[in-house]
Design a protein around this ligand. Sequence first.
Ligand SMILES: Cc1cc2nc3c(=O)[nH]c(=O)nc-3n(C[C@H](O)[C@H](O)[C@H](O)COP(=O)(O)OP(=O)(O)OC[C@H]3O[C@@H](n4cnc5c(N)ncnc54)[C@H](O)[C@@H]3O)c2cc1C
Length: 811
Amino acid sequence: MKSRTKVVVIGGGIAGCSTLYHLTQEGWTDVVLIERDELTSGTTWHSAAQVTNFGMTQTMVGLKSHSIALYKKLRDDPEYPVGYHHGDGGIRLANTPEQMQGYRHFASMARGMGVEFEVLDAEECARRHPLISTDNLLGGLWDGADGDIDPAQLCQALAFHARKAGAEVYRNTAVTALTQHKDDTWTVETTQGNIDADIVVNACGYRVNEVGAMMGVHHPVASMEHQYFVTEDIPAIVESARRMPLLRCPISDYYCRQEKNGLLIGFYEQDCKTWGMDGIDPKFTNALCPDDLERVMDVLEGAFARMPALTEVGIKRVVNGPITYTIDGAPLVGPIPGKRNAFCIIGLRAGLGEGGGHGWLLAQQIVHGEACYDTWVIDPRRFTGHTNVELTALKSIEDYQNEFRFHFPHEHRPAGRPAKTTPLTPILAAEGAEFTVVNGWERVDYIKPTPDFHPTLGFNFDEAFDIVGGEVANVQNNVGLCEVNGFNRLEITGDDRHSFLDRMICGAVTKKDGRVGLGYLLNDHGMVKGEATIANIPASDRGPARVWYGSAAASEFHDMDWLKNHILPGENVQIRSLTNDQTILVLAGPNARAVLQACSRGDWSKAAFPWLSVRECFIGFAPATVLGVSFSGELAYEIHVPNASLYAAWLALRKAGAEFGLKLFGARAVDSMRMEMGFLHWKADLLTEFTPFETGLDRFVKLGKGDFIGKAALEKMHAAGERKKFVSLKVDATHAPARGGSSLMVGDKVVGTISSGDWGYRVGMNIAYAFIDPEFSAIGTKLELDMFGDMVAIEVIAPSPYDPDFSRIRS
Ligand SMILES: Cc1cc2nc3c(=O)[nH]c(=O)nc-3n(C[C@H](O)[C@H](O)[C@H](O)COP(=O)(O)OP(=O)(O)OC[C@H]3O[C@@H](n4cnc5c(N)ncnc54)[C@H](O)[C@@H]3O)c2cc1C
């Protein structure tokens, strides 16, 4: 074994083999993979190994279609061919109109990634899959590329090509300890000796937390037992001239594909079981859990009813093995939070289908710092600090039970709730709040009219439409109060805080005490990495002069790592998080100033406290820090209050607001109002795939100001011309908002992608944002939107249709 290398990938399943292979493809060949047993001896060897394009975000579709392209290439490679049934086709079944609408949306979204799905009716499903009945079936989604691959051959082929490029693979070598040095390099201790490395990658499947513990981290990954069986030959298959398509069934929770002349059927039973939660036998390798078909009887009946031929043949083989899940079902692929030079590719529950793509995106992140797609949906930093074993297990069980049931917009499933609350949560619940969940935080969505109010889950505007409209109207005409919890707030102190931020942010950085500004952070490639509100709080009895850096609710670990990793040696900058200590009460509307004046001493006039000011004060007797900023387009204040005083501030505001028509509003109203103002959401509209110029943030970029992270790359990109333009759109539909990912069409050509959409109550318009080919970005351009399979007219409009001059915010 070598004594030194650039990257050690730990684990030789599909995750590790794909990462190793792709590192070599990205040009890093001094890389090694260490596997405790033989390659694929974890979960990979016994996988059903289905490979589909289907995903619920463009990033997932993109990475899966990369897998498919790669696997085809490997299949056709005469030097090391891989058994891959590509193109059997697959159907995702549906028996509700909402599921069918969802499939039409996913088809529109996938088209933007160059992937074509077809939405089929029940008869067409049965025509393509001759073994199924159409009982209780509305239709399905067809992926013509669907198939299955030989998992062992795939991993061996990836390792073969990686080795050929210079990588080394050490089998029967277990990693036993990891030590990080002051220069951030690692010593990897193994059963065969030590190896030093710049970077380590945890690709250890269900043993993820054994290796996590070696570096002092717990990953929110839990394993579930998962079973399939293989039948004896089915005469109809023996006689069929073509292979059966795959099936995935959200009605009865199973999947099915052809295996030789029989079927392989896997189950997601309700009575499911976590596995290995209290430790895993070191000897569990190339191993399976005991069969337990009793457990899957509930779903077995559904499969039998759909495919009566199943009842006529026996079971040849049962496989029950551990499969990993995470808190939101998506894997964790990227940098390990709080660590340097450490990455993971873990929590893969569809690792054969996705593994090719995940390894590709991870290798890009390791080598280039960022991948070609925005990888937030799989970023390990998307959960912040609430992800213990218990919560992970609860969410994993829930996710397993709902394997093929995609989340509808506004759907937040009940397991593991509430995870993060404030002292106001029970009070808001008593006021009738419907809660949405943001990174574990329970946040008010809107105030329900009755306790049993439950809108239909679906893609259309739902029964809460008018309720949200009422909340918006009160903000527009009187004043509203909204708790915004979980907002990321980092406190930055030290004399060099402004020069540091100047380097991190691509535009002007407000430095004046008492003033607030908005800034954008770029990555090294000149793409939009983050968005931050910068508030300069003067020295006071509460602390030294400091900056409050505010950003999106889930961004804490992401932003903290990015900022901390860029503090130069000797630079006087300290950063600490206040996210869990402070909560924001937003006061918005033309009467907001009067309410604030009625419960807080001092002069709150426009002259004394104009837009973009910050001041420490008391709300009643609750200490608070008030920012004059608005996400709604109305005169508004963000009132930051320590959680210990939150209820006191709340009572003072409610009392003061009574005579000014103060009512509560929630996140849905905020989302609608921000669309009318052209305000953007991080990771919906602000993505690492686009420069700030492409994102329409020209006024926040100062190329002439001196160096900043990403400047050189941005200048180059800008000089070459923008590839896309961010636009606001008017959508000619009243039944549904445009959903993120939907494709904008000119004829058969996809010319843009929706990033956000919502109804604008104050302007009476269905508004959407999109990234679009520059030639179609002029105001007034008319195009079509593939909205659930229907072509809907859209028009490019000027941003901020409600108040383009921000006159109400500045009032
Ligand atoms: C029954 C079943 C059916 C499935 N069907 C499908 C399907 O149809 N399609 C699909 O896409 N996915 C499917 N999956 C899921 C898929 O198999 C997994 O997502 C995938 O195999 C996970 O691969 P991995 O590389 O992350 O983990 P693993 O395959 O478990 O690999 C991890 C490796 O790390 C090694 N390791 C652990 N600790 C150490 C250490 N300390 N030192 C060195 N090495 C170490 C292990 O020995 C192991 O080889 C199925 C899973 C199951 C259980």
